[in-house]
Design a protein around this ligand. Structure first.
Ligand SMILES: [Zn+2]
Length: 392
């Protein structure tokens, strides 16, 4: 125990790392019973939440939220226990699903017809869509992908503790799938005490590389933690992004100071609220610091550029535990002759290499590499090749 304490980077949120995966005789007994309970088939978003609940990524949560947690998270960004939490973790069913469940005291959750978990429903309550959309996404506009996903979900929420029979199966990125327990063990093995987490759902260009390396200057290690759950259709697919990360790391990063591992979550596009969520979850993975860039987890122009940074002011540092590192947008400056941000470069836009996302996509689609000061050529080549593939 002493050894574990000495190597721990930071305690999980709430103090203990949750593990809901049953093993041995208990798992066998419950697997047998699972066939008899009414079933709820999980979509990819809820399956991702289940995986994170199971492995403790959502510690201290031990199941889907009951109404008092749900309400308090929406209204105060806190669980009923008072602990900081910004995004509801819920299991929804529609009217028909609710009828099928009846008064059963256990429900089996399935993925592709495979029983993966059992929920003991503590409470079934009506989802407050409008309050949820306003609180989480700060809008009820259905053009927002998070609001649209919320609209597609059922009207009823089942709250209760979860017992996990089997983790969702994946046939991608297997060597990069690590649970919080495994990332924590990897940090301990490398002797890292200060670990900075970087969330991404985009290819890494020079701007992101610069920010990560700035953070790495004051940390022992970097957890490059790309989200590989469901994203919106026009985001770059996870397998293409993974190729970009690998080629970038091999060419330009000190490999003994970086851990590339995938984050199974679905993207919510909740901007500020998701920035808090992303930080708390990375704390569970063992990160002591977390990078929050401009418009973190944003979409379109639903959030201001720095809203996802300002929201951290609403918490005392101890509420979150993990330390946020705030960064402005980075660029190459011809006069500085290096990467910079407005915080350190006194020059004007005319001296800076600034390309819009639209412009970069257009160049890549035309088979043209953006300037090397914007994208590493190896990364550009991966993206050019992916865009040339049918269907891209
Ligand atoms: Zn400059």
């Amino acid at each position: 125990m002493l050894c574990a304490l000495m190597t721990e980077t930071i305690p999980p949120h709430g103090g203990d790392l949750v593990d809901l995966v049953l093993t041995g005789a208990e798992a066998e007994a419950l697997s047998g019973e699972a066939a008899q309970h009414p079933k709820v088939a999980l979509g990819s978003r809820e399956a991702a939440d289940l995986e994170m609940l199971a492995t403790g990524a959502l510690s201290p949560l031990t199941g889907f939220m009951v109404e008092k947690d749900y309400r308090q998270v929406l209204e105060e960004m806190r669980l009923a226990s008072g602990l900081a939490w910004s995004i509801p973790i819920t299991l929804s069913v529609d009217d028909q699903g609710l009828k099928r469940l009846g008064r059963s005291d256990a429900v089996t959750l399935t993925i592709d017809d495979r029983a993966v978990a059992i929920v003991q429903p503590e409470q079934v309550y009506r989802r407050d869509r409008e309050a949820e959309a306003e609180a989480v996404f700060l809008t009820t506009d259905r053009a927002h992908p998070g609001v649209a996903a919320l609209e597609r979900g059922g009207d009823w929420l089942i709250g209760g503790r979860v017992q996990v029979l089997a983790l969702p199966e994946h046939d991608t990125f297997e060597e990069h799938r690590r649970t919080p327990k495994q990332t924590r063990a990897a940090f301990a093995e490398r002797g890292w005490r200060r670990v900075v987490g970087f969330q991404t759902r985009n290819p890494v260009h020079r701007a992101h590389e610069y920010i990560q390396k700035c953070a790495l200057e004051i940390a022992d290690g970097l957890l490059l933690h790309p989200l590989v759950g469901e994203t919106k259709e026009d985001d770059v697919p996870a397998d293409v992004r993974m190729r970009c990360y690998q080629i970038l790391l091999e060419g330009y990063y000190p490999l003994d100071r970086v851990l590339l591992s995938v984050f199974p979550a679905a993207m919510r596009y909740a901007g500020p609220k998701e920035a808090i969520f992303h930080a708390l979850v990375r704390k569970n993975y063992g990160c002591t610091h977390f990078i929050v860039g401009r418009d973190h987890a944003g979409v379109g122009d639903f959030y201001g550029s720095f809203d996802a940074q300002r929201i951290f002011e609403r918490f005392e540092p101890d509420d979150l535990g993990i330390t946020p590192l705030f960064f402005d947008h980075a660029f190459w400056c011809h006069r500085c002759e290096g990467m910079a941000t407005a915080k350190i470069c006194p020059h004007g836009d005319e001296d800076r290499l600034i390309l819009s996302g639209t412009k970069v996509r257009e160049m890549l689609r035309n088979g043209e590499r953006p300037p090397p000061e914007f994208s590493r050529p190896e990364v550009a080549d991966v993206l050019i090749k992916a865009m040339a593939e049918p269907g891209a």
